[in-house]
Design a protein around this ligand. Structure first.
Ligand SMILES: NC(=O)C1=CN([C@@H]2O[C@H](COP(=O)(O)OP(=O)(O)OC[C@H]3O[C@@H](n4cnc5c(N)ncnc54)[C@H](OP(=O)(O)O)[C@@H]3O)[C@@H](O)[C@H]2O)C=CC1
Ligand SMILES: O=C(O)CCC(=O)C(=O)O
Length: 487
């Protein structure tokens, strides 16, 4: 069995070979649990990026001519390689960005499943027969690839997100240049190694690591990049959208969330509690779909708050590689600083800090970027912690009198990614489905987590109105030719 390299320094993958950046500089990837150096990635230049784009452009000419089944077979092989190396990839992920090993392994397994889903897409229809006005003519639509696509990905899902962008891009006949987040680029390099071992033709998938302002922005501005798919912050997403629009390129942005979970008086409280803990605090709250606002109806507010506190007290914070750790550190020093800033803001604006807000005191954990799970009470809709994405283990409890009020509070933010309600009342469920402003609507289920076979994306400032994953990815990664053949 082929295994992945154990290198400390990871190179760019351009035109089927591993290459150092022309800058001769590297970026260190740091373990947020103890500040060890996990590895180094290339700090690439625009020249390196140009080479990758050139290789991808050349490779696309032959790649698009392969049948969907042939492309699919390579995706199946990449899936097998990742599956064989699942422990190595997951451990690297835990060491690089802190999520617990079981979560990292689950995410890597999801990457495998995504590849297999899109491998199957190669055998499915790519167009429709449409009646022509002339009875002797044949008219049909045909989905065709865009060309070379740029993928800019974040650190919070360093395996699943690169794959959920690359797999549809590739199966529909595009070639890819991937720029992963610097904080988790070693994990991304290991994923790309699996594509290499699977035998993809040279230039079909390329990896260029480096600063976002150089390589990410470079992808958005590059004249030979036909489309850019981005997941990350709203600030950077807007810049990418503007750069792509300025040159007429297609773009897709998946950005922040401020996801509400509503708990009605008739909810199954234990079920809701499990969803709040998992959806709000797993991955240290670093998911765009995580629940950060817990909106509870007054009839069950006190009971829910006490049960929540009892469970949060039991959470074991620690290194994600330790078997008994439930919650790891924040992914980086900068993320740690952001979360601390929002906790302070919550206190200053008058929310009541019920638990957490500080860091664990043990000598071992003092070495890392840990923050204890934090719950604020008496949060009002205008507070900063009720409006802005924190991306950390911070829950804001908000009390409402009615479900209608809960939906109004839920909608009173700029984001609209995911939202959930816990109730048994069918009328309330239907009203919620109709009135909630969110792309992902959950009933008696947590806000976090996505189904790889279903469309994923948000409303309002959360997305650029397009959807990823499932068949929806075809919309973004292809364009349509309408063909008319006169007999
Ligand atoms: N929706 C989501 O899933 C995510 C949301 N976020 C939100 O964003 C906040 C900040 O996280 P952060 O990592 O800084 O997110 P960013 O938006 O800065 O990073 C996301 C990706 O964009 C790249 N990038 C950075 N600057 C540019 C640029 N000027 N042009 C093009 N690409 C660029 C990054 O590269 P590099 O790593 O090299 O800087 C990374 O690959 C978090 O606190 C959270 O609120 C963050 C991650 C995921
Ligand atoms: O919750 C998930 O599984 C994915 C969420 C996501 O896309 C993200 O946080 O970037």
């Amino acid at each position: 069995m082929k295994t992945l390299s154990q290198a400390k320094t990871y190179l760019n993958y351009i035109n089927g070979s591993w290459q150092a950046a022309s800058s001769e500089e590297v970026i260190a990837s740091i373990n947020p649990a103890n500040k060890e150096e996990v590895g180094y990635v290339q700090s690439s230049t625009r020249e390196d990026l140009n080479e990758a784009v050139k290789a991808a452009k050349q490779a696309q000419k032959l790649w698009k001519k392969l049948s969907g089944a042939e492309r699919g077979n390579l995706l199946y092989k990449a899936a097998d390689m990742i599956e064989k190396n699942i422990d190595v990839i997951a451990e690297t992920m835990t060491r690089e960005m802190g999520k617990t090993f079981p979560e990292a392994k689950g995410e890597t397994a999801r990457g495998v499943a995504i590849l297999r889903f899109y491998a199957g897409e190669g055998m499915r229809k790519m167009g429709d027969i449409i009646p022509a006005s002339d009875g002797t003519a044949l008219q049909f639509s045909k989905r065709v690839p865009l060309g070379v696509v740029g993928l800019i990905t974040p650190w919070n899902f360093p395996c699943a997100i690169p794959i959920w962008k690359a797999a549809p891009a590739l199966i529909y006949g595009n070639t890819v240049v991937l720029k992963p987040a610097s904080e988790a680029a070693v994990t991304a390099a290991k994923v790309v190694e699996c594509f290499d071992l699977a035998g993809f033709p040279n230039g079909v998938i390329n990896l260029v690591t480096g600063k976002g302002s150089v390589i990410g922005q470079g992808l958005a501005e590059h004249p030979d990049i036909e489309a850019v798919s981005f997941t990350g912050s709203n600030t950077i997403g807007k810049q990418i959208g503007q750069a792509a629009t300025a040159r007429g390129a297609k773009y897709q942005l998946e950005m922040g969330g401020k996801n509400p979970i509503i708990i009605a008086n008739d909810a199954d409280i234990d079920q809701a509690l499990a969803a709040v803990l998992s959806g709000g605090l797993k991955s240290t709250g670093q998911k765009c779909t995580c629940s950060s606002r817990v909106i509870v109806q007054s009839g069950v507010y006190n009971e829910f708050r006490e049960k929540l506190l009892a469970e949060v007290r039991k959470i074991k914070v620690g290194n994600g590689l330790d078997a008994d750790t439930w919650m790891g550190p924040c992914a980086s020093e900068s993320q740690y600083g952001t979360v601390k800033y929002y906790i302070q803001k919550g206190i200053e604006e008058g929310a009541e800090l019920l638990i957490g807000g500080d860091s664990p005191k043990s000598e071992e954990l003092k070495q890392g970027f840990f923050i204890n799970p934090t719950v604020f009470d008496k949060v009002t809709p205008s507070m900063t912690i009720a409006q802005e994405e924190i991306f950390g283990p911070v829950l804001a409890l908000m009390k409402v009198e009615t479900v209608q009020e809960a939906i109004e509070v839920a909608n009173d933010v700029e984001f609209g990614l995911s939202a959930s309600i816990f109730t048994k009342d069918i009328g309330q469920i239907l009203t919620f489905i109709d009135d909630i402003e969110a792309g992902l609507v959950r009933v008696n289920y947590e806000t976090a987590g996505v189904e790889l076979q279903a469309p994923f994306g948000g409303m309002k400032a959360s997305s650029s109105h397009s959807r990823e994953q499932g068949e929806a990815a075809k919309e973004f990664f292809t364009t349509t030719k309408t063909v008319f053949i006169k007999g």
